[in-house]
Write a protein that binds this ligand. Structure first.
Ligand code: ATP
Length: 432
């Protein structure tokens, strides 16, 4: 884990938030490579979920919402974690995370630790809107992104041609006053989520069919990202583990360096959200079947994944060391740079000029890195560390034969490829 954290800092994936001021717990900044990786992950998700499907549309709701929306969804009352305090050092922890409690007790060797009784602690982050001091209204930074979709259910139905069953997809920031942010980006106070709310007929068999469908669909997606199957598993929630409104819930878990932990959740939310928003807002949140005229409140199967958590697990899973060198075996679609271009020698203007031409041309279609420092071996290692799957070297033969050497990150094998066919060669390798 320390090695991944240090690689992330060293190679520009993730930096501690506001580091020069001593940081701010639970915040992280994505650097030049990390922001590309994050964008690639989100783009892949969006393509898979929205672009390639006929039954899901997208949405991008505001972070601020009328506070009544949070009352309706139960967040002002029940978006809580049980908080306990170590009576010895006054550090606070979540009572529902026994491993964290035990680990903290070990930090006071030889002492019998006493804990306060668990108190419920609301995770919503407050903010104040308005320009007149004393008349500002209290709002919340959204604790999860679901609510913006739920309140727009009618707008989506009325403005598109969706028919049940259909889904609404969204990617966006969420904020939680986490009691114990930690394990690098795993639990942060500001993070991003990618979610689908999938609306179905309110029938038991339909509910279980789509719940099982989304469980498998999401598991398959994580495997397609290149995460090893043996590091993924389902954790079905028993009734006492589930949110009070959930009819069924499963987590996909990852075998993290600190043990199996939650990657994402699939939740059968029933009609909880639409029913509550109808009650609180008095707006009609029912769906009317355009063929039969039948009206009902649909059920919702939600898939909710953290972008940052997904990235962290992708990075941990891709990290490897071979013969003393670090290799980030990222799926080519996720890699920040798809290809790097090198002139064999930086002091030969004809090689540099030729390589620059190839670099500029490939940039039109791919994210491309340029490197002319040090020797070729060092350049390969530098690209391996950030997961660049292909490296192109322009040498003297290139000038004669109009072809280049392409070296594969994982096999270290090299082959000659004509310059004219490079873009389609790479496209085939990256996108299949
Ligand atoms: P945990 O118990 O680990 O705090 P949770 O069960 O409260 O998480 P959900 O409310 O189900 O999480 O949120 C859905 C997803 O959003 C999680 O599976 C995770 O991927 C992501 N997520 C939730 N909280 C955080 C956080 N503090 N930092 C990063 N990602 C988070």
């Amino acid at each position: 884990m320390e090695k991944v954290v240090s690689l992330c800092k060293r190679r520009g994936f993730v930096f501690p938030g506001s580091e020069i001021y001593g940081g701010l717990a639970g915040t992280w900044d994505y650097g030049p490579t990390g922001s590309l990786l994050k964008k690639n992950l989100k783009d892949w998700w969006w393509k898979d979920i929205v672009q390639l499907r006929d039954d899901i549309v997208g949405l991008d709701a505001a972070i601020f919402m009328n506070p009544k929306a949070w009352e309706a969804s139960g967040h002002t009352e029940a978006f809580t974690d049980p908080l306990v305090e170590c009576k010895s050092c006054h550090q606070r922890f979540r009572a529902d995370k026994p491993a964290e409690i035990t680990s903290h007790e070990k930090s006071h060797p030889g002492q019998k630790i006493e804990w306060t009784e668990p108190k419920t602690f609301n995770l919503l982050v407050k903010a104040y809107l308005g320009v007149v001091e004393g008349q500002k209204s209290e709002v919340f930074l959204r604790g999860e992104i679901t609510n913006g979709v739920q309140v727009n259910f009618k707008n989506v139905v009325d403005s598109t041609r969706v028919r049940i069953p259909f889904g609404v997809a969204q990617i966006g920031k969420a904020f939680r006053n986490e009691i114990t942010p930690g394990n690098f980006t795993f639990r942060s106070r500001e993070f991003e989520q990618m979610e689908v709310q999938f609306y179905i007929r309110p029938e038991e068999a339909e509910g279980m069919k789509w719940f099982e469908y989304w469980k498998q669909n999401r598991m398959d997606w994580y495997v397609s990202l290149g995460i090893r199957k043996e590091n993924l598993r389902f954790h079905d929630h028993a009734e006492n583990e589930r949110a009070h409104y959930a009819r069924a819930a499963t987590d996909i878990e990852y075998q993290a360096p600190w043990g199996w932990d939650e990657f994402m959740g699939i939740h059968h939310r029933g009609d909880w959200d639409l029913r509550r928003h109808q009650e609180f807002s008095k707006a009609d949140m029912q769906y009317r079947d355009p063929d039969t005229g039948e009206a009902y409140t649909p059920w919702d199967i939600e898939t909710s994944a953290g972008v940052d958590r997904s990235l962290l697990f992708v990075l941990i899973d891709a990290y490897s060391e071979e013969n003393g060198r670090v290799l980030l075996k990222l799926h080519p679609r996720l890699a920040p740079y798809k290809v790097a271009v090198f002139p064999l020698l930086a002091n030969k203007p004809n090689l540099v000029e030729k390589a620059r031409g190839i670099y500029q041309e490939l940039k039109k279609d791919f994210s491309v890195a340029w490197d002319d420092r040090g020797n070729i071996g060092k350049r390969y290692y530098a690209q391996d560390e950030i997961g660049t799957p292909y490296c192109i070297t322009v040498d003297f033969e290139t000038l004669e034969k109009q072809d280049v050497t392409v070296r594969d990150r994982d096999t270290a094998k090299q082959e000659r490829v004509p310059i004219a066919g490079l873009a389609s060669y790479l496209d085939q390798k990256i996108n299949g």
